[in-house]
Design a protein around this ligand. Sequence first.
Ligand code: NAP
Length: 321
Amino acid sequence: MNLPSIKKFPVIPFVAPSDYAHTLRWINALQQAMPHERILPLQSLSAEERAQCTVAIVANPDPDDLKSLPNLRWIHSVWAGVERLVDDLGASSLKIVRLVDPQLAETMAEAVLAWTLYLHRDMPAYAQQQMARRWHAQDYVRPQRKTVSLLGLGALGEAAARRLLGAGFQVSGWSRTQKNLSGVDCYSGSQGLQTMLNKTDILICLLPLTAETRELLNAMTLAYLPAHASLINFARGRIINDDDLRSALDAGRLQHAVLDVFATEPLPPDQWHWTHPKVTVLPHCSAPTDRETASQIVANNMRVYREHGRIPEHIDVQRGY
Ligand code: NAP
C-alpha cells in the first residue's frame, strides 16, 4: 500500500470529556493502529487544524466540543452503544459510526453464557440457601429442555445465540426485521415477541435503546413470561420499566434478574436493586471495549475513508440505531 506521508492527512481529533481518564491510552492505541495518521486530543488542536478536520474519533463527546470542528462530516465512536450520541446529534447532518468489533461480540457472548449458566444452575438459590445454612439440591434440568431467548439479534445477539447453542440450550431470538439463523427460532413483530416470551426460561436483552425499545419490558410484556423465568439485561437500563420489574420480582412472577445496566449509572446507593434478594447487580461490565481490537477496527475504517472517501456504515438516526 502506498500511503502518503504522515503530514498529508489532517489531524484526527480524539474528543472525550475533559475528565475522561483514558484519553491518552486511547490515543496511544489508536496511534499504534494507524501510524500514518496523527491523533491528538481535541484541546491541543489550533483553530486552523480544527477547520481541516472532516472526521473525529469520539468517546462520549460533549456536543459543544464537536461544534468547534466546522467541517466535520462524520464521527467514529469507540463504543458500540450510541444512543446518547443519537439524542445529542441526531438532528445534525453529522454521520455517526459506532464500533462493531467481533472481539466485543465474543466478550459479550462469553458474559451471556456465564450469566445464563449462573441462572440455569440455580446459583442465586444456592447463595440464599447458604446464608440460611440450608442443605438442599435443586432439581436439575438439562439445557436442552430450557429456552433462552434473545431480544436483539444484531452483532452481539447473533454471537450470543451461537454460544448458547453450543452449550446445548434451545435458543430463540427477536429482532425488528425477520431473521433466519441456523438453529435459532427467530421472531419479529409484537405477536412474535409475545409468542417467544411465552416459552422463555431465560430472557436476555441485547437491544439498542431507541424510541421503540424504551420500556419495552414492562408489566404487560413481563407478564408474557412463564412464572419461573429469569431476566438478564446487558443492553441499556431504560429498556426496562424499573417499577414493573420490581413488582414482577416481588410478586414471584419473575424469578431473578441479572442487571448490568441501569437508568442511572453508576447505580446510586439508595436504589432498591442493590439489596433486592432476586437481583444481581453488575457494574456495566459485561462487554468492555478492548482498546487494541477496537483501534484496529477504527484504523481499517479510517484507511477506507482516506483511500476511497467512503464513510463506513453509520447509524440510521430515524431508526435510532
Ligand atoms: P445491533 O447490531 O445494532 O443489533 C441490534 C438488534 O436489535 C438488531 O437485531 C435489531 O433488529 C434489534 N432491534 C432494534 N430495534 C428493535 C425493535 N424496535 N424491535 C425489535 N428488534 C429491534 O447492536 P449490537 O451491536 O448487537 O448492540 C446491542 C446493544 O448492546 C447496544 O446498542 C448497546 O446498548 C448494548 N451494549 C452493551 C454493552 C455492555 O457492556 N453492557 C456493551 C456493548 C453494547 P434488526 O436486526 O432487524 O435491525
